[in-house]
Design a protein around this ligand. Structure first.
Ligand SMILES: Nc1ncnc2c1ncn2[C@@H]1O[C@H](COP(=O)(O)OP(=O)(O)OP(=O)(O)O)[C@@H](O)[C@H]1O
Ligand SMILES: [Mg+2]
Length: 197
């Protein structure tokens, strides 16, 4: 069966075990493109494992998984080009500015210097960080760092953004800001998959 391009995610009978632990035990899940899709579950439910499988960081044992119509096991490189990822823990470099962080990630995506600068500016604007863009990230509040993390996932202009517990450690106000930023992204046509407890 070939993957359906109208589905942002198509998982069939997905299994992943770590020793005796069955992190994914025959997961069947489909989600249509064009939305924000939330995965809810308690600690240890397998959310991060699933996000890591989608992002090609973890190899699953059996079953099939496709993302935006791309088979993850067969075409991992293509999948990596289609997605952006913000993991459960912040992955930004505190000794660089917000703008430098985003530029660096854009360069890692293969953009030349001027395209990277432009992409960084756009993302700073999208996330309301333009004014803080030239400050070192270690001076950012937790919520600002989280937003920058989201930005690092976006700067490669992915079709699909994966967010593992994006609101962890945020106060209600920052949480709200983050939801607004996510809604805004979705309205501009980025599909989003996020996990939350
Ligand atoms: N690299 C690993 N080695 C061994 N066990 C692992 C590994 N990664 C995950 N597990 C186990 O797989 C299960 C699912 O873990 P996972 O991190 O996917 O859960 P989660 O839903 O993201 O939980 P949380 O809400 O705490 O982030 C847990 O029992 C965990 O201990
Ligand atoms: Mg997790």
């Amino acid at each position: 069966m070939s993957p359906d391009p109208d589905l942002m995610i198509e998982a069939r009978g997905l299994h992943k075990h770590f020793g005796d632990v069955r992190a994914l035990d025959g997961l069947d899940l489909t989600a249509e493109a064009g939305q924000v899709f939330a995965i809810l579950g308690p600690n240890g439910a397998g959310k991060t494992t699933f996000i890591r499988a989608i992002s090609t960081l973890t190899r699953f044992d059996s079953g099939s998984l496709s993302v935006c119509g791309i088979d993850v096991a067969r075409h991992p490189k293509q999948v990596r080009r289609a997605i952006g990822l913000a993991g459960q823990y912040a992955a930004v470099e505190p000794a660089l500015t917000g703008r430098e962080n985003l530029r660096m990630v854009a360069r890692l995506f293969g953009h030349d210097a001027s395209t990277a600068t432009r992409a960084a500016d756009i993302v700073l604007e999208q996330l309301g960080l333009t004014d803080a863009g030239d400050r070192l990230v270690r001076t950012y509040s937790g919520g600002m760092q989280r937003r920058l993390d989201l930005g690092a996932g976006l700067v490669g202009a992915p079709r699909l953004l994966l967010l593992d517990e994006p609101t962890t450690g945020l106060d209600p106000r920052s949480r709200n800001d983050l939801w607004l930023a996510i809604e805004d992204l979705a309205a501009r046509g980025t599909d989003v998959i996020l996990t939350t407890q």
